[in-house]
Design a protein around this ligand. Sequence first.
Ligand SMILES: [Zn+2]
Ligand SMILES: [Zn+2]
Ligand SMILES: [Zn+2]
Length: 123
Amino acid sequence: MELKDKINKQRIQRLALLRHAQKCRHAQGEECSVTRHCGMMKDLWQHMIECHRYYDCEEPFCVTSRYILIHYRDCMNAECETCVPVRAAIARDNAISRLSQEEKELIDGLMCLSQHQETKINV
Ligand SMILES: [Zn+2]
Ligand SMILES: [Zn+2]
Ligand SMILES: [Zn+2]
């Protein structure tokens, strides 16, 4: 597998896991049947909500995840190698393939650089 494909696969996985962490009904520390990364992702998600260092943050997953989420929110590319598979997966388990208002607010809450941009959700 090419490096580019490998990185892309990791991005897709990270997006999927972050989305899971937002929705998972298991309490932190409880065994999650969906993914063994669940606890770690919940910690990361919680950190990202509270983190105000944005791109200076030393937590490596914080910065990269923020990039991925912002890209995902703003991506308009109908052939994007990262977003298309994620959106397809969401469409499969969601009758409505749009971001819910709650998700939109969560992602918007993670923004700093995009704060002044017009909000555009294009899912
Ligand atoms: Zn879970
Ligand atoms: Zn951080
Ligand atoms: Zn994209």
